[in-house]
Structures are given as structure tokens and as C-alpha cells.
Design a protein around this ligand. Structure first.
Ligand code: SF4
Length: 235
């Protein structure tokens, strides 16, 4: 469970099974790709590591959690056995690394799963999606996080080409896209405009508007405190 505190009080955010599932898989993959971690160098060691560091919060029943663990082990084994058969073309240079890009009034921060240096020197950002069966180049191009990672790394390593890949862990499918310099500049300008709007808008004067997704939103207790918030369903 996550806690956040603001001037109106302390709120608790419910743990989510899909976050626990994704984080557990990411941690096992992180150990597999970390050359310094000599305890996890094979697919079967990664599966054992998944079991050891499995996060069990957010599941509704023990059976649901056990099914998820067994599914996670299957996905990880299948994916890493394929990697063992055909290793990636690049050399891993960063794992679970946070990068920052200063945009003046605010800082853009991104945490990438993995970065591989390709034989031609290109940095390829690799992002694992534990819930996906397939992925296309359009999916990568339209993924705002992948575009932001490319922007941050392009600015940090301006002597390198940077590209981004999404790996759909359930199928092993992978798609890669490289944004042009003009596309990165346009994205940067859009982010500056959005960031400035967020900084300048008077949020206290805004009224939260009820919508169907409010029912599942962790911030609902906070929005309900607003005198003009009218929920679609009674509390
Ligand atoms: S509860 Fe509030 S923050 Fe959440 S979706 Fe509804 S209006 Fe937005």
C-alpha cells in the first residue's frame, strides 16, 4: 500500500496486483541482465530469483496470487530461454537507471529498464511489458514514456544515436523506433508548454468533475472533499 500526504490529510493508495506482477518480473530480469550479479546468469536461476523476491501484495486471494506466480515463472522462463538461444545484439550498459533532463523551470525524469549499446554505438532503450502479447512500431512511436526516454537520453548522450524498443514478454515480440532530431525537438517544446501550464494553473480553483473512472481512482477520497464535486454514484 502506498501513502501520500497533502495539506488536507493522509491518504492510502491500494496495492495493485498488476503492479506487483510487473515489478516482480522486472526485478528478476534486472538480475539476469546485470553482469555483476553472478547469482543469476541462466533462465532457471532467474525463475528461482522471481520466486524468492515475489511481491504478493494486491492479489484478492492466495489462489489468484499462486496462479500469477506460476504464470510469471512461465513467461520469464520462455522469454529467457529464447534469449539464451539468441542473445541480444548489443551490450547492456545500464539497468534500471534514472536519467534527468533539466528543462529550466522543471526537470524531466525517466527510469529506464535497460539500455544496450549496439555494435554501431547506438543506445537502445529496452522496456519490458509484462502484460502484452504483441507490439508494433506504432505502439512504440505512440508510447509517450518511450518518446520521453529517447529525449532524455538523446540530450544526455548527444554524441550517440538513441532508439527505443518495447519487448512484449508474453510473446517475445519486440519493436524498435528511432525518433528524428526534429521529432525530439517538437516533443521537448510540447513538454515545456505542458509543464509550464501545470506550474502556472491555479489548481485550488479547479473543480473535479465526476466521470466513470472515478469509481476506481485512488484519489476519490480527496475529490469527494471538494464541496462542488458531485459523484455519479453515492458514496
Ligand atoms: S476521483 Fe478525482 S482525480 Fe480521480 S478520476 Fe475522478 S476527478 Fe479525477
Amino acid at each position: 500500500m502506498w501513502t501520500y500526504v497533502n495539506p488536507r490529510g493522509r491518504y492510502y493508495m491500494r496495492a495493485k496486483s498488476y503492479f506487483s506482477f510487473g515489478t516482480s518480473l522486472h526485478q528478476a530480469l534486472q538480475r539476469f541482465y546485470d553482469a555483476g550479479d553472478t547469482g543469476v546468469t541462466t533462465a532457471s536461476e532467474a525463475v528461482a530469483a522471481l520466486e524468492e523476491s515475489w511481491i504478493d501484495s494486491g492479489y484478492e486471494t492466495p489462489d489468484q496470487m499462486a496462479d500469477a506466480l506460476s504464470e510469471g515463472k512461465e513467461i520469464l522462463a520462455r522469454h529467457l530461454e529464447a534469449v539464451e538461444q539468441q542473445p541480444p545484439s548489443g551490450k547492456t550498459v545500464f539497468i534500471e537507471r534514472q536519467f534527468r533532463h533539466d528543462l529550466g523551470e522543471f526537470v524531466l525524469i525517466g527510469r529506464v529498464d535497460r539500455v544496450d549499446e549496439q555494435p554501431d554505438g547506438t543506445y537502445r532503450i529496452v522496456d519490458y511489458k509484462s502484460g502484452r502479447e504483441s507490439v508494433s512500431e506504432d505502439d512504440v512511436r505512440n508510447d509517450i514514456a518511450m518518446s520521453i526516454y529517447q529525449l532524455i537520453l538523446s540530450r544526455r548522450f548527444d554524441d550517440r544515436r538513441v532508439e527505443a524498443s518495447i519487448v512484449a514478454l508474453r510473446s517475445g515480440e519486440e519493436a524498435t523506433v528511432r525518433l528524428s532530431s526534429a521529432q525530439l525537438t517538437e516533443l521537448e517544446q510540447d513538454l515545456v508548454a505542458i509543464g509550464q501550464e501545470i506550474l502556472r494553473r491555479n489548481w485550488d480553483e479547479m473543480t473535479p468533475v465526476a466521470k466513470p473512472l472515478c469509481e476506481r481512482c485512488d484519489f476519490l477520497p480527496l475529490c469527494r472533499q471538494h464541496p462542488d464535486y458531485e459523484p455519479l454514484l453515492p458514496a
